[in-house]
Every structure is written in C-alpha cells, then in structure tokens.
Write a protein of this length. Structure first.
Length: 354
C-alpha cells in the first residue's frame, strides 16, 4: 500500500515555535469603555441575527415592491426595477458560491473585526509554519453552537494573515445559507462558500490559486448537539469526506482546536421529563443560554490553536485503506495537539471522539 502521509518539511512543532497572538490585546472587560463594549456587542450580534432579520426584512421589502408595482395593471411599474435587478444578480451570482466565492480583502481585513476578536477575547496560537505554495484543509474542532473560532480564522479578528503570510482562508458553510437574500451577499464578500464536494474540490485543485486553506468544522451540525459546557465531544470517526478531498488534491491536513468554543454558551442536556424531551429526545434540543438569551455569546476566553500540517501526496486513485490510514493519522495528530494544550487552555478536560 502506498504511503501517502509524510513528515512535513518545515518548522518542527516544538514549544519554541509556539506563537501567541492576542486579538486586539487581552483587555480586562472591566477596563473597557462603554463605547468599546457597545461596538463589540454590535459586531458579535451581527453574526447570528442577520440570518433571520436582515434577510427577512430585505425579502419583505422586495415583495412589497412587487405588490405596489402590480397595482392598477402595473401603473407603478418602476417599483419592479429593484426586485428585478436583484433577481438577475441573485441568479448570476449563485455559481460563485461553488467557485471560490467573491472574497473582498478590504472587508475581511476591516478594523471592525478587531472588536469581534476582543469580545471574548480570542487569541491565535501558531505551532508551525505553513508553506504558501501548498493548499490546506483546516479541520476546526469543536463545531460549537456557532463556530466563532472558525470565523476568526477567516478575518482579521486574530491577525491570521500576519502569522501565516500567503495563506488565504475560506470558510465553508451549509448550502442553505447561500439562498437567503443579503445574508448570502455578506457570506460571499467574507469568503464563505458552499460545503459541497464540488465547491471544496474546486478551491483545492488550484483554480483558486496557491496557499488556499479551506476551513471546515468537521463535526457539522451533528456535533452542535454535543456542545456541552466544560466538555469536548467530537463527531469524527465516520467523517472521511475531507480525507478523500485531501488525497484527491494533495492538500495538507491541519488540525485546529478552538479551546473555549463550547464555553461561550451555557449548554446542558434537557430534562428528560419535559414534554419536548419526551417528544424528540433529551439530546436533540439541549438547553442553551448566552447573553440576552441566545442573541450574544458569553464573554469567555477562546484560544485557537493551529497545529502542524500533515503532508499529503496527491493521489486521485486512492484506496479505502489509504483513506483509513490518513484518517487515523489525522486523529492521532489531533489528539496529540489537544493533549499538548489541554492543561493550559482546556481546563484539563479529556477529549472524547465518536
């Protein structure tokens, strides 16, 4: 069997090479001005509510324009200009989500993202250099209720570009997020693309240039239900699609751990005696609580540790045995990375993989 996993030639991941890069400084929350805290709340609240609010408001506005434009046999036909123009853009731009996106660097590097990072606060820990001539798959763990750490990797929130020059990150997300008006445009300019096989394959095959790093929350929505406070439970044993993509395109694998990801919301199993628990199961809808209910996450420190890359040789004719071998290598690398930092950042909690 062909050995597809090789030792990465570059910086050896030892303690001397670990770089801690705080996002905007670890300022004590009590020392922040009220205006600073307000801006942090404003930016962080933009991540979740925009899915429902901004998209729905814009959709309602377009519907109203169509209704007004149809009154009295299209007497006010000019009201159709806005919805018609947007519909054309909507259709034309859809393939972009499957072809590397339309990332605008000025938006990704906008200074407002500093407030996103300092909200928690969030820090980036580098353990090894990355070769900008290679392509990578960043496996982000755990998913959490919302993968804020993965978002930090794709913006200037934690100064990723300064620590990894030449590496262009692209976060993948559910295809359904590509259909909601306005929200889809914000995703598009942020560099967020579809998590489909064809989309990721396009970026890793060189069509999006060199140095592309696709950020994937491997556990997906199934892992969201395991995001209990003070625990790290990963859905990984059956997740091998990213391994196949890595082999097909020769993309190096990089394990990434977001310490504190599961602590930014208070999450616990639902009481089994409640009606909802009896109806769908206590583990299907856990009790989740943040600031202002679920509108804002808790201000808990997050430390994003980026591991050493696992070199993968391109092999389009890979076998099941080679996929399993690389999958085990990745899990071992992930466990090693977690064990190195669990006492410092993970409160000594043991890692559970299923």
């Amino acid at each position: 069997m062909k050995n597809v996993v090789k030792k990465y030639v570059g910086t050896k991941p030892d303690n001397k090479n670990i770089t801690l890069y705080p996002s905007n400084g670890h300022i004590n929350h009590n020392q922040k001005s009220s205006s600073h805290r307000f801006l942090e709340d404003l930016i962080i609240s933009h991540v979740f509510p925009r899915v429902l609010l901004i998209g729905l408001i814009w959709t309602g506005l377009l519907v109203c324009c169509c209704i007004i434009g149809s009154i009295n046999h299209f007497k006010y036909w000019y009201w159709w200009i806005l919805p018609s123009t947007y519909l054309i853009w909507y259709i034309v731009s859809m393939p972009l989500f499957f072809r590397g996106g339309m990332s605008l660097e000025w938006f990704r590097n906008c200074s407002v993202w500093k407030y996103f990072g300092s909200y928690f606060p969030m820090s980036l820990i580098k353990t090894a250099n990355l070769d900008p001539s290679r392509c990578y798959i960043f496996g982000y763990h755990p998913h959490g209720l919302l993968p804020y750490g993965a978002i930090g990797l794709t913006t200037s929130a934690i100064n990723f570009n300064q620590l990894y020059p030449g590496i262009k990150t692209r976060l993948v997300s559910l295809v359904v997020q590509m259909y909601l008006p306005i929200h889809r445009e914000l995703n598009l300019i942020s560099g967020i693309v579809s998590c489909s096989w064809s989309s990721i394959d396009y970026m890793l095959s060189g069509n999006a240039g060199q140095g592309v790093a696709v950020v994937i929350a491997i556990g997906g929505t199934a892992e969201t239900l395991l995001s209990y406070t003070d625990s790290i439970k990963l859905k990984l044993l059956s997740r091998k699609g990213f391994i196949r993509l890595s082999l097909k395109n020769g993309a190096d694998l990089v394990p990434v751990i977001g310490f504190g990801q599961n602590d930014i919301y208070e999450t616990r199993p639902r009481d089994p005696d409640t009606f909802l628990a009896k109806l769908v199961g206590a583990d299907k809808f856990p009790v989740m609580k943040g600031r202002c209910s679920l509108l804002l996450p808790l201000r808990k420190e997050m430390n994003i540790v980026v591991g050493s890359p696992i070199y993968v040789e391109k092999n389009e004719a890979y076998t099941k045995a080679e996929v399993d071998e690389l999958h085990l290598k990745y899990i071992d690398a992930l466990k090693d990375l977690y064990n190195r930092f669990k006492d410092k950042y993970g409160k000594g909690i043991e890692l559970e993989i299923s």
